[in-house]
Design a protein around this ligand. Structure first.
Ligand code: SF4
Ligand code: SF4
Length: 646
């Protein structure tokens, strides 16, 4: 990288050198990015930011002005509480629907495997398949994997329907948690049913009790966490393999100047798995060599990237805010996308280069992209077709415009619950012992996105550093992974950055203090781990010294995740304010009232250092509740933020 692209003028946007360099090039070449578009949107609408605008029906759009002299009600009479609650419920339903529809696609693929109607997919984890079948009450003795796959898929399809009183995976939660859900009337039934009911209730003139609306929103989120997302994770492991720990790399330096580069972007691993296979096909490698490339290099973005990083060790080029910047390297022959979190802007950026963008799912088309209909029955054939397109495009690359700005950073990935328990000797007891004796004070899941309103990756990395310094184990999913990976926090040597207790545990096990659990749908691995710990101790999840954080969230899916995590009993801190502050009643319920119902609440704290203090205090309260050793104040390494919060 030549020095004129140091990108030093872009330190306000990001903490990362690769982002700075790419933004400088974008500026010099007049290429618009997400940060430019955010600037053009200023000032953003105050009513929408507070959640008090409504366009549900054509008597509107309406805006209410809860803190001023303007209208206090919409045309139909809805006040701020109703409008904010309805908007939040619809956001949660959209997020839950996105995860769960992803789960449905994987489920349909399992069904095709059962029917013998696919050219490439197969059961990779027969033991897991049979464990799941047993959980669903299916007999498996004497049956082939294919027969079990067909029967399990058929049974799981009912999870989306209306014949169940409760989703089978709800049975994984501790009994005490199930009783809370039953008592509150939020036990999820069918995945589609809860989503459809959320839309029905929020139609004009249906549910106008804002608490009642929000309780159903919780039920909808639980149908995601303990339903659609959990199904997606379990079946992806069944088809593509349960992840095990391994090393890989992260940042724009994973792109190769001497190879054909393909970016895998989106969320669903079905297509990316076959592209991994196609890229290793000798015939394709030979074709690449005939064009002057050394081979085909794959790199991930967003959660498709997390999926293939977890299972195949494919390196990550970046997180959400890097999707346009990957293309600006000039080194990408093809970006293949499935769905979710793909900015429509990528095709515009690609037009400035030789990069082809290929969309693949009929439910997610992009103007300016070439569309190849993805059919799991011919997955490998389609995967090869896409990789060949990339290879054929290599000679259109302009070598003088290839700018790969940094060297890649190593990271360790692959911590499925099975792998974590395996590292612990097959039982959570060693982790419980470490928590009980105080070497590990607690554990925190840092999840979610980037948002250009927050300096890229600052929220994730600062919060992570403060927590591990204070002996709190961190697990990450989604785009938080790339942030912490780039900061060097996800290698075993990062144990040196942890407090003495966590450091000793990590060194004994040879693991980093920050464990990668996967993609956004894999947040369900956190639920499974929390349930396993709670069941092991005979307590509810809300009694454990755990917390969640989404420091840079942007997506509706993140709101659904936050809702099911809190409803599962885990305190959660958001770094970006959700649009609910137009209703003080809703805010009070989310930040205080939920404690009495679910034993957990939300908090909003944009400053990651102050968020760390909130989380540490919460963890110590939970430890005290369990009668575990109190913290020695001398060991706290976040005094400044502590003072600021006092
Ligand atoms: S539902 Fe009520 S508040 Fe919303 S747009 Fe219609 S009239 Fe306005
Ligand atoms: S973490 Fe957020 S931005 Fe990243 S892939 Fe998931 S939903 Fe999208």
């Amino acid at each position: 990288m030549s020095p004129e692209f140091s990108g030093n003028g872009y330190k306000k946007q990001s903490i990362n050198k690769d982002t700075w360099a790419m933004l400088e090039i974008a500026h010099q070449e007049g290429i618009e990015t997400v940060w430019d578009r955010l600037a053009k949107q200023q000032p953003q609408c105050g009513y929408c930011s507070l959640g008090t605008s409504c366009r549900i029906c054509s008597m509107g759009p309406c805006r209410v002005d809860p803190f001023g002299e303007g209208p206090q009600k919409g045309v139909c009479g809805a006040d701020a509480d109703i409008i904010v609650a309805r908007n939040l419920a619809r956001t949660i339903a959209a997020g839950a629907a996105s995860h769960s529809d992803h789960g449905r696609d994987i489920l349909e693929t399992l069904y095709r495997v059962g029917e013998g109607k696919t050219d490439v997919y197969k059961v990779s984890e027969p033991a897991k398949l049979r464990r799941l079948a047993a959980e669903y009450g299916l007999a498996t003795d004497g049956k082939t994997d294919q027969q079990v796959a067909a029967a399990l898929a058929w049974e799981m399809m009912e999870d989306f329907g209306m014949r169940r009183e409760r989703l089978p995976f709800v049975g994984r939660a501790p009994k005490a948690r199930q009783e809370i859900w039953d008592k509150t009337g939020v036990t999820p039934r069918g995945i589609d049913r809860e989503n459809v009911e959320a839309l029905h209730r929020t139609h004009m003139g249906v549910d106008n009790d804002w608490v009642n609306i929000l309780l159903h929103a919780v039920r909808t989120s639980l149908s995601d966490g303990w339903g659609g997302s959990m199904l997606a994770t379990e079946l992806s492991d069944t088809l593509f393999g349960t992840p095990t720990p391994h090393m890989s790399q992260v940042n724009l330096g994973v792109l190769r100047a001497d190879m054909v580069n393909i970016i895998l972007h989106g969320h669903n691993p079905m297509l990316s798995e076959v592209i991994v296979a196609a890229s290793q096909d000798p015939e394709i490698i030979q074709l690449a060599q005939s064009k002057g490339a050394k081979g085909v290099n794959l790199a991930g973005v967003c959660c498709t990237g997390n999926e293939v990083l977890m299972r195949k060790g494919i390196p990550m080029a970046g997180n959400h805010l890097m999707q346009e910047l990957c293309i600006i390297t000039g080194a990408v022959e093809l970006m293949v996308v499935d769905y979710q979190c793909i900015m429509p802007a990528v095709t515009e950026t690609a037009r400035c280069f030789h990069t082809k963008v290929v969309s693949t799912f009929d439910k997610a088309k992009f103007p300016g992209a070439e569309h190849i209909h993805f059919d799991p029955e011919h997955g490998l054939e389609i995967g090869k077709q896409i990789v060949r397109m990339a290879v054929e495009n290599f000679n259109n690359r302009v070598p003088g415009r290839v700018r790969i700005p940094v060297e890649p950073v190593p990271l360790m990935s692959g911590f499925s619950i099975e792998a974590i328990l395996g590292a612990l000797g097959g039982t959570p007891q060693p982790l419980v012992d470490a928590i009980v004796n105080g070497s590990i004070r607690g554990a925190v899941g840092i999840v979610g996105c980037n948002n250009p309103k927050i300096k890229q990756d600052l929220g994730h990395t600062e919060l992570t550093k403060r927590l591990i310094e204070n002996d709190v184990l961190v697990v990450v999913t989604g785009c938080a992974t790339v942030a912490d990976g780039k900061a060097g926090l996800m290698v075993p040597a990062a144990a040196d950055l942890a407090g003495p207790g966590l450091r000793a545990v990590c060194k004994a096990l040879g693991i980093p203090p920050v464990l990668h659990l996967g993609s956004c749908v894999d947040n369900t691995r956190i639920l499974v781990l929390a349930a396993a710990l709670a069941n092991h101790l005979g307590v509810d999840i809300s009694a454990l010294p755990l917390a969640g954080a989404a420091p840079e969230w942007y997506s509706e899916k993140a709101v659904a995740i936050g809702a099911y995590v809190v409803a599962s009993g885990i305190y959660t801190v958001l770094g970006v304010a959700p649009p609910v502050f137009g209703s003080l009643n809703v805010v009070k319920l989310l930040t205080e009232g939920l404690e009495g119902v679910f034993g957990a609440t939300f908090a909003v704290e944009p400053d990651p250092n102050r968020a760390a203090v909130l989380i540490r205090r919460h963890i110590e309260r939970k430890r005290a509740g369990l009668g575990l050793s109190a913290l020695d104040p001398e060991t706290i390494s976040m005094p400044e933020a502590e003072l600021a919060l006092a």
